[in-house]
Design a protein around this ligand. Structure first.
Ligand code: UDP
Ligand code: MG
Length: 303
């Protein structure tokens, strides 16, 4: 059996059409479709209940308020019962017609089949540029390769799901954790369509918030920048000290007090940065431990 997980926030104009398309694409499969109503204020929940009454494959989880896309996704994943789970948006920007391809790739033995968006006529130039910038920047900082155009449109094996469900940290950033956990994965490119109905729920502010979550998600590395900078500064300070001493004793060309001030100033700056980096390191350790992430993930065992 397959599970399709769809977070829904005010998508009353989309969900019926989405269900039709999913039924068409998965005609030969046994599946359940879980709508996660993320505190919609329109008629989404009524529409979902209507569909669920008519078709037992439609299931729903309705959250008590709007928790945001990632939390809604998590709620859906934690309720999924399928052997493979496909997560996708409700607005048809994640085209259901590539689902058979995702499933085929899974049956070939891939445990994660993720998608990469090639182009979107819908999102504006600014949104596309920002998204591109974020993926490049976040990849550099985190050391985890975030491919541009990867959203939460992917198929995962039930095995991956149980791994994901073990991550109890708050603000789980699926796009970052999926490349991090490893396993056998493959990408499927797709052309994004325009939104079927309604408008985007991701304002620039919401995108920025998600980006911050994404950056702090693997954030121990930026803390080391302070150590590196501090050591560099100490090094240059020593060079500069040589210069200052030379100017003072050989050229006798300095204002009185300048030499000692300059040496103290640059050296202390370096020492402070190094110390700050060490303090940062401990904070990093604390944040790692609070997350209580598994240190390793077993893919297979023979006992
Ligand atoms: N969504 C949600 N909760 C929110 C915001 C969005 O469940 O607080 C859902 C939304 O209904 C859609 C998906 O997340 O199914 C992606 O949102 P949207 O299409 O607005 O984002 P965009 O494609 O514009 O980035
Ligand atoms: Mg969308």
């Amino acid at each position: 059996m397959l599970t399709v997980v769809v977070p829904v926030y005010n998508e009353s104009g989309n969900i019926k059409e989405l269900f039709h398309q999913v039924c068409r694409e998965l005609a030969s499969e046994k599946f359940e479709l879980i709508f996660v109503n993320d505190g919609s204020t329109d008629h989404s929940l009524e529409v979902i209940k209507e569909m669920a009454a008519l078709d037992s494959r439609v299931r729903f989880v309705s959250l008590s308020r709007n928790f945001g896309h990632q939390s809604a996704l998590r709620a859906g994943l934690e309720h999924a019962k399928g052997d493979a789970i496909i997560s996708m948006d409700a607005d048809m920007q994640h085209p259901p017609n590539i689902m058979p391809k995702l499933i085929a790739k899974w049956r070939e033995g891939n445990e994660i089949v993720y998608t990469t968006r090639q182009d979107s006529q819908d999102s504006g130039l600014l949104k596309r540029l920002l998204s591109r910038f974020f993926y490049t920047f976040a990849s550099k900082i985190s050391g985890i390769k975030l491919e541009p155009g990867t959203a939460d449109f992917r198929l995962i094996d039930a095995k991956i799901l149980s791994v994901l469900n073990n991550f109890k940290e708050s603000n789980l950033f699926y796009r970052g954790i999926i490349p991090w956990i490893g396993f056998k994965k493959v990408a499927v490119p797709y052309q994004a369509d325009a939104r079927f109905s309604g408008k985007s729920k991701y304002s620039l502010i919401r995108m920025f918030r998600l980006a911050l979550v994404g950056l702090s998600f693997h954030s121990v590395r930026p803390l080391y920048v302070a150590v590196a900078l501090g050591l560099m500064m100490c090094f240059f300070s020593l060079l500069y000290a040589g210069y200052a001493v030379y100017m003072h004793f050989v050229m006798k060309d300095t204002v009185s007090g300048w030499t000692s001030l300059v040496i103290l100033h640059t050296f202390l700056g370096g020492v402070q940065l190094v110390v700050l980096g060490f303090v940062g390191h401990y904070i990093g350790q604390i944040s790692e431990n609070i997350k209580a992430r598994p240190n390793y993930i077993v893919a297979e065992k023979n006992f």
